[in-house]
Design a protein around this ligand. Sequence first.
Ligand SMILES: NC(=O)c1ccc[n+]([C@@H]2O[C@H](COP(=O)([O-])OP(=O)(O)OC[C@H]3O[C@@H](n4cnc5c(N)ncnc54)[C@H](OP(=O)(O)O)[C@@H]3O)[C@@H](O)[C@H]2O)c1
Length: 253
Amino acid sequence: MTKDDVIFITGATAGFGEACARKFAKDGAKLILLGRRKERLEKLAMELGCPTHLLPIDIRDRAKLEQVVRELPKDFKNVTLLLNNAGLGLGMGPAHQANIDDWETMIATNITALTTLTRLMLPGMVERKHGHVINMSSTAASYPYPGGNVYGATKAFVTQFSLNLRADLLGTGVRVTSIEPGMCLTEFSEVRFKGDKKAADDVYRGMKPLSAQDIAETIYWCANQPAHVNINRIELMPTAQTFAFFAVHRKES
Ligand SMILES: NC(=O)c1ccc[n+]([C@@H]2O[C@H](COP(=O)([O-])OP(=O)(O)OC[C@H]3O[C@@H](n4cnc5c(N)ncnc54)[C@H](OP(=O)(O)O)[C@@H]3O)[C@@H](O)[C@H]2O)c1
């Protein structure tokens, strides 16, 4: 990327988003950084040493999102890369015991906000015949697991939305990529287990997960391919994570 690029990163206060901000800042690109925790955005911006525009908002607030996009400063208007990363999992219980508010939060964040922001940014990219949308999906999009229910379904949406965007954007020069990681050590599990540090730590006990830096390197590689190359999907996992047999419920003999 170059100093002329404008990179819009959602979920920049932690994990992948923050790691991507640090990675892309090294090229001197202009960064739009979105997340609810204002102090974290301000601290990060101070450390980055590249031009930044901070959006300390809740991405689920559609009116606010429309307003901040409408009011982007002149130097930040022509977004070349949209990294739709803000998202979360909440809860790991079975569907019949899940909290419906948790489901609504995941759908509002991982699906509704992501599609809204994409819709707001696409016209400019299409008009300029230049742009890249990178969506943060997950291995949960393709592989079900107990307790994955709505989280996995939101990520399946993100992957399929990405592929369908590719179909719509044919001939526009705008690229779309779906990133589908397995287990990564970020604040993700702490959020999922609502601050239960022990439950979060147990997820990664005795194995080496991917790091936010690994994901940032992958995203950076996708973004830096020549204009005629579109990476559709990338699925990556820690070497220590793989697939299991189908589960079978057997009657007592
Ligand atoms: N870690 C993994 O194992 C893993 C694997 C596959 C996919 N993913 C996906 O990767 C993405 C990033 O996850 P992460 O691992 O980096 O998690 P993280 O460390 O918890 O970071 C999540 C980011 O999303 C932001 N966010 C959440 N809700 C928001 C809202 N309503 N408005 C604005 N920002 C919001 C958070 O910012 P604020 O709290 O400050 O608002 C934070 O910056 C997510 O979409 C996640 O589903 C993660």
